[in-house]
Design a protein around this ligand. Structure first.
Ligand code: UD1
Length: 406
């Protein structure tokens, strides 16, 4: 296992390009199961999670190649309906093969998912939506077994205790595209990654309206064909890089960003007094001002993203004043707090810390960049699940970062 060592205190400077969105590419790859025709996905980040999803697709019958940001699914019928525990347990997003398998093959057996350890993460909303479309669902030995003679469009209210669910919306939308008749998903997730999946499905021949809003309408079709699609930029990676520039007092041009996807974050950073200049498809971040504390509450999109909470906490640890951070999506997502405290209340000194989940790792990397002296972050494999070439990107901006064996 590797650990990441950061020699902090260097102001990041230069340009960096954001990769394609992890949370868009994973369900989009799953959606290729809905057709036996070739598909090409561009702008695909080379991440551990992407490779895990490709392994699952291959196990389900697809022939998939991944080269230089491009996945080509050349041939291979969706032939197997069983997604095994050893593949699905590595990441939660793999559970969204359930909808497409059921739509295409009328049956699916998918292991209950794994993913980041951030409290209990149920799948009741996924199952509620898929059941409403007319599937029989049972759970046996850690597997969800779903069968149907025919999926039928219907009205589905998909809101849960914590609001909408991203992957449940993806899963139900993918099952509904091949159902007969019209499906309405109410309280659907509005995240840009859900909208990107819908755009891909539309290119495959699906009839979808309202994606990106809380009400998605799907008119079922009999057949979907192959399609080519480019993935949207990763707004969480963009946000993390923006905070890296700010926390080090640097000057960074962050390229390949969709400004409108970063509204809640940029608004909070402006309130804190940060200087962020918008140029064509890029953001120039100057960390030359002293920032003020701000209060944030994580919410479903377009609210402040939970996936930026840990990174924002690191930044708020080095500003003056007290910031209050309220987590409304995952009540247990505060495991990075203890680790940040090990680095001193205001992140004055480096310390050995441990990555507990993907975004907590990113928060610790930011803290390490800001701290004086060396920070070593163990269990760095979490970071590799979601940030493409992150060390190299930081090194190119001048950061002193390297890897050592634990
Ligand atoms: C997705 C993202 C993840 C992000 C999260 C919230 C992907 C691959 N992952 O995860 O990075 O942190 O959205 O923005 O896109 N819930 C239920 N029942 C369910 C499903 C979810 O109660 O059946 C709850 C969850 O426990 C959580 C909330 O709903 O409290 C939102 O979770 P959800 O949007 O489903 O997260 P994911 O789609 O798994």
């Amino acid at each position: 296992m590797d650990k990441l060592i950061i020699e902090g205190g260097v102001k990041l400077k230069g340009e960096v390009t954001v990769s394609g969105a992890k949370n868009a590419v994973l369900p989009i790859l799953a959606a290729t199961l809905l057709t036996d025709e070739p598909c090409v996905i561009k702008g695909v980040p080379n991440l551990r999670d992407t490779n895990s999803m490709l392994k699952i697709l291959r196990a389900l019958g697809k022939i998939a190649e991944f080269d230089k940001g491009r996945v080509s699914i050349t041939a291979g019928k969706t032939s197997n309906y069983i997604a095994e525990y050893k593949l699905v347990s590595t990441m939660r997003a793999s559970f969204c093969v359930l909808g497409p398998l059921l739509g295409k093959l009328k049956k699916a057996k998918v292991s209950l998912p794994g993913g980041c350890v951030i409290g209990v993460r149920p799948v009741d909303l996924h199952l509620k939506g898929i059941r409403a479309l007319g599937a029989d669902i049972s759970i046996d030995s850690g597997y969800v077994i779903a069968k149907t003679s025919k999926l039928r469009g219907t009205y589905i209210y998909l809101g849960g205790v914590y609001g909408s669910s991203v992957l449940a919306t993806d899963n139900v939308m993918m099952a509904a595209v091949l159902a007969s008749g019209k499906t309405v998903i109410e309280s659907a997730a509005c995240e840009p990654e859900v909208a990107d999946l819908a755009e891909f499905l539309i290119k495959m021949g699906a009839k979808i309206k309202g994606h990106g809003t809380p009400v998605i309408e799907i008119e079922g079709v009999k057949h979907l064909h192959g399609a080519t699609h480019s993935i949207i930029p990763d707004r969480i990676e963009a946000g993390t890089l923006i905070l890296a520039a700010l926390i080090t007092g640097g000057d960074v041009l962050v390229r390949n960003v969709q400004y409108q996807h970063l509204g809640a974050l940029i608004d909070k950073l402006s309130e804190a007094g940060a200087h962020i200049e918008r140029t064509d498809g890029a953001l120039r971040v100057k960390g030359n001002r002293k920032l003020r504390s701000v209060n944030i509450t994580t919410l479903p999109y377009p609210g402040f993203p939970t996936d930026m909470q840990a990174q924002m906490m690191s930044l708020m640890s080095v500003t003056g004043g007290i910031s209050v951070i309220t987590e409304k999506i995952y009540p247990d997502r505060f495991m990075h707090v203890a680790e940040l405290n090990r680095m001193g209340a205001h992140i004055q000194s480096g310390a050995p810390v441990m990555a507990s989940d993907l975004r907590a790792s990113a928060g610790l990397v930011l803290a390490g960049l800001a701290a004086c002296g060396k920070t070593s972050i163990s269990r760095i494999y979490h970071l590799e699940r979601g940030y493409e070439f992150i060390e190299q990107k930081l090194i190119n901006l001048g950061a002193k970062v390297w890897r050592e064996k634990e």
